[in-house]
Design a protein around this ligand. Sequence first.
Ligand code: CP
Ligand code: NVA
Length: 317
Amino acid sequence: MSVTDTSPRHLLDVTDFTADEISQILRLAQVPIESLGRPLDGLGASLIFEKPSNRTRHSMEMAVVQLGGHPIYTRGEEVGFDTREPVEDIARIMEGYHALIAGRVFEHSTVERMAAVVDVPVVNMLSDRSHPLQAFADALTMQQSLGELSGRTVAYVGDYNNVSRSLGEISAMLGMHVRFACPHGFGASEAELERLLLLGAPSVEQSTRPADAVDGADAVHTDTWVSMGQEAEKSERRQQFEGFMVDADVMSVAGPEAIFMHCLPAYRGLEVAGDVIDGPQSVVFQQGHNRLHTARGALAFILGVRPASAESEGVGS
Ligand code: CP
Ligand code: NVA
């Protein structure tokens, strides 16, 4: 394990990293904590949440602690992005106290604006655009169940949102076939689908029928139909997403060893049937626990820690 000096390395999207760097982050997620050193020894990390969280707050706080640092949680209302003071002023103050700044934000531009003015890493803990920390955990969990991901097929059923955008990106970059099933008006644009091909997916398909996307897939993902901030659309969305529940019928057309995944929180009886999320194909709690390991690996990476070669570490999936 070596630590090198680097200029600030922001983590706003999966695509801020190369495929090789993503593999390094996934390797760092699996090495003993002690081997990462303590890159945050004596240092602080500012975690600002404009939206609720369970997994992200706890995994990030514990990752910071495991890297030797001290996390400070602040609710968005307290800092008041652009209400109490400008985003840029908040970020400039925070960089004087902390070795990194992380935000769970309504508008993706908020983390971009912070990153533009500070000399410490800025981390996106979920925005309206993306959820890269979730994607790292998704990729690690798929690797642990499926082994080498290149050439495998990932299917996502539901809303093309922050979670599925980041999942599509990381899956494409790791060489997976990517398939989406979304209701009319809730899918990825042609440009987004094309972008996944450019990122490395051998094929990208989108359908309005869950069974089309799931047919033969190795991993089947879904997420809530109503993301944080969309609460006013809840009843309308529930109607529009009717028929998109991942249930036993949908899973029956997936590959013989297919796993079921969900970033959580999950709504049983809406986007997923209870017997699927609580059934033998589900790896959702392993996936949730991997949020800690991948947060630690990702933070270590942006702080300059690099893995020894995979061979000498004996790290595999
Ligand atoms: N998956 C996820 O980000 O969960 P939280 O909203 O609880 O952080
Ligand atoms: N798409 C969901 C993910 C929650 C972790 C949301 O943004 O609310």
